[in-house]
Design a protein around this ligand. Sequence first.
Ligand code: 5GP
Length: 187
Amino acid sequence: MDTNAKLYEDLDRILITRDQIQEAIRKMGKRITEDYAGKEPVLIGILRGAVVFFADLVREIDLPLTMEFMAISSYGSSTKSSGVVRIIKDLDRDISGKDVLVVEDIVDSGLTLSHLKQVLATRKAASVSIVTLLDKPARRKVPLEVEYSCFNIPDAFVVGYGLDYDEKYRNLPDIGVLHPRIYTQED
Ligand code: 5GP
């Protein structure tokens, strides 16, 4: 998609370009391939935001991995976290004894993933690590170890490359800061 395309008019600025994203994912894929050598990790993609990242990441990992998906409640149409974490779609297969990599689009307060890590631990996975495309460390509300992060970003609401606002902008190839005029009508 051309950066002059209509959807880009709602951005304040582009934060991370598609080329920077692809470069970071190549490096991340290589790192995971090395770290999990000899293993068959299960990659769990968190719907829907992580789907674009997940699809690119798995193709950079040279291992006999398997894929699973989970859906967890997050922001809805607001830009503020409710703190409510709910599993909407659960795993289809047993993960006991497996090395699990949870693939997320962004870690913000950390509430979602800290809860999910606890849930997965009760299912007796051999290991559970987090891979995120974006991390906003300044926003953390609970301590959370993030093993793999492609980019640390400042405290701004971003969209694109899978990340939405009110279910839109997920198809932007770059990551941008949404212009505040788009959401200032909200309470
Ligand atoms: P946490 O539980 O860490 O606060 O929130 C994680 C979830 O919040 C992400 O999966 C994502 O859905 C949402 N989120 C947090 N920050 C942003 C952001 O800047 N942009 C978008 N589109 N979603 C965000």
